[in-house]
Design a protein around this ligand. Structure first.
Ligand SMILES: C[C@H](CNC(=O)c1ccc(S(N)(=O)=O)cc1)Cn1ccc2ccccc21
Ligand SMILES: [Zn+2]
Length: 248
């Protein structure tokens, strides 16, 4: 136990992901429906960032945004990515009543009403809003297949390719009810800057499609090939937080 200073460096009260224990969430009637608008013309490129792949979007305008729900102001779409496991038994970051899912989609937005850039927004407690969508095994997802068909162009670390016309809305379930809580990035530097919005309905992905995710390499072209077999962070302590629900 280190000496604690006034800014206790051992205190990280709002880490993500967490287990969402549905019996302990609090229905909050003041939570509004999410306003989500994504323009397919915003999608720009697919990038292998080493621990996963990102679809990146043009975020110098307000064509693709999320607002309302638990949010104040509007948040601009920046990128989306997935987390997966070495088998279909786990892979999601959020866990629901102790149940893990085979994968999870994160749609990352930053508070463009309040901050001048994504990099600035990361430094503030209301800087980011990430929509988390759980994935369960079912028939192949045609929109995810469109991404998979391009993974061979970004097989190794830091490779990128143009990727346009992705309609992100088609990756969302019909039911937009959500759980929300204040949390963090789930990869270093684990900044506590995220309002998490986890949708209560899962979308489908096939086992074969997940198999393709695991074939992505975390190594660069010149290194010995190593696959990204899994990239999900373990669940973190809830601490003093309460998860709110938009539905009873
Ligand atoms: C964080 C940033 C890189 N990380 C992310 O953008 C990010 C986004 C979403 C998630 S998740 N899985 O929670 O949805 C995780 C990481 C780099 N960066 C930008 C400014 C900045 C300043 C210091 C250090 C790193 C910095
Ligand atoms: Zn993520």
């Amino acid at each position: 136990m280190g000496v604690s200073t006034s800014r206790n460096e051992h205190c990280r009260p709002r880490q993500s992901p967490i287990n969402i224990y549905t019996k302990k969430v609090r229905y909050d009637s003041s939570l509004r429906p999410l306003y989500i608008y994504y323009d397919p013309k915003s999608s720009r490129r697919l990038v292998n960032v080493g621990h996963c792949f990102n679809v990146e979007f043009e975020d110098n305008n307000d064509k693709s945004v999320v607002s309302d729900g638990p949010l104040t102001g509007y948040y601009r779409l920046r990128q989306l990515h997935f987390h997966w496991g070495s088998s279909d038994q786990d892979g999601s970051e959020h866990v629901i009543d102790g149940q893990t899912y085979p994968a999870e989609l994160h749609i990352v937005h930053w508070n463009a009403q309040k901050y001048p850039s994504f990099d600035e927004a990361v430094k503030h407690p209301d800087g980011l809003a990430v929509i988390g969508v759980l994935l369960k095994i079912g028939e192949a997802n045609p929109v995810i297949q469109n991404i998979i068909n391009n993974l061979d162009k970004v097989k190794t670390k830091n490779k990128e390719c143009p990727f346009t016309q992705l309609d992100v809305s088609s990756l969302l379930p019909n039911d937009r009810n959500y759980w929300t809580y204040q949390g963090s990035l789930t990869t270093p530097p684990y900044s506590e800057c995220v309002t998490w919005i986890v949708l209560q309905e899962a979308i489908l992905i096939s086992s074969e499609q997940l198999f393709h995710f695991r074939g992505l390499l975390c190594t660069s072209e010149s290194e010995k090939p190593t696959c990204i077999l899994e990239n999900h962070r373990p669940i973190q302590p809830l601490e003093a937080r309460v998860v709110r629900s938009s539905s009873k």
